[in-house]
Design a protein around this ligand. Structure first.
Ligand code: C5P
Length: 311
């Protein structure tokens, strides 16, 4: 123990500006080629010395309940599992009072739970003075979930494998987005399952490998918002739309409100609308807030860093 009172770490939401989904693998995951972009919507995790583990969750979607849209405050929460995993790995007792303050909506396709787990790893590494290296933390993160390693890295990164093998991408510029968050969450496995069903029924293109991300990578390096907008890909979008047909109206609302382009974020149901610049994002957010199709509308920017200690 370092004698610290409290350690606070914040971690960002992500959107996928490219999500190429390959065939279903034998292990139940899909081979991916994805480009993650961390955006300025943050959860924070605070950990304090204690005897044993405890967890409280406050803010957006907090509460103990089953199903998408609620965050468990018990050992099924990814934060709790992160604590047990790091303690076991480091050979320390899992002693910490943990609290999560959520701004990232739950089951929204924004990897909020993964951000919390990444933040917990960084916070507890500091509290317990376990001094796990970057590679060790990335390995532990991958055991917790496909999107958790990106929560550590942040910025813009290419994800391969099931999304857990991340490498940072060099990109110029800042991108301005408006996130339109719908009322009810979507379950990630259900959306992947729906894609498999659509592909088997010939209602979505069959693939032998995930679509390469080169066009969006080139656009992020040197392009304009229009270039990035033209290169956005989400193979999960038809599956999210099949489960939630009302999302078509949300995508249309973004186009009508002047978005450069819009797509479903990850497994949805959040819609990410790209704006030309910061002022454009403010205008777009105002338009979309008045459109009546979203529960919450947030203007964000990215890339931003991954899970970091708050001084
Ligand atoms: O890795 P994570 O626990 O976030 O994945 C949740 C679920 O999403 C998996 O159990 C699987 O059904 C689906 N998934 C997938 N292929 C991926 C990532 C996730 O099929 N690459």
């Amino acid at each position: 123990m370092t004698g610290r009172d409290a350690v606070v770490v914040r971690a960002p939401a992500k959107i996928n500006v490219h999500l190429g989904v390959g065939p279903l693998r034998a292990d139940g995951f899909h081979e991916l080629r994805t480009v993650y972009l961390a955006v300025s919507l943050f959860d924070s995790v605070t950990v304090r010395p204690a005897d044993g583990l405890s967890l409280t969750v406050s803010g957006e979607g907090a509460g103990v309940a089953d199903g998408p849209g609620q965050v468990p405050g018990d050992r099924t929460n990814l934060v709790w599992r992160a604590a047990e995993l790091l303690a076991e790995h480091a050979g320390v007792r899992p002693d910490a009072a943990m609290s999560v303050a959520k701004s990232i909506p739950v089951a929204a396709g924004l990897a909020g739970g993964s951000a919390d787990a990444a933040a917990a790893l960084v916070a507890l590494d500091a509290l317990w003075d376990t001094r796990a290296g970057r590679d060790e933390l990335l390995r532990l993160a991958a055991q917790l979930g496909s999107d958790v390693p990106f929560g550590l890295v942040g910025g813009i990164a290419l994800g391969v494998g099931r999304g857990e093998e991340v490498s940072p991408v060099l990109a110029g510029g800042r991108w301005h987005w408006v996130l339109g968050i719908a009322g009810d969450g979507l379950s990630t496995p259900a959306v992947y399952g729906e894609l498999d069903r659509l592909r088997a029924a010939g209602r979505a293109p069959e693939v032998t490998e995930p679509t390469p991300a080169d066009p969006v990578l080139a656009a992020l390096r040197a392009g304009s918002p229009a270039d990035v907008g033209a290169a956005l890909v989400n193979d999960l979008q038809p599956a999210a739309l099949s489960l939630r047909p009302d999302l078509r109206r949300a995508l249309r609302a973004a186009a009508d409100a002047g978005a450069v382009a819009a797509l479903v974020s990850g497994s949805g149901p959040t819609v990410a609308a790209l704006a030309a610049d910061e002022q454009g994002a403010v205008r777009l957010a105002a338009e979309l807030a008045g459109a009546g199709v979203f529960r919450t509308v947030r203007a964000v920017t990215g890339p931003v860093p991954g899970a970091r200690l708050v001084p």
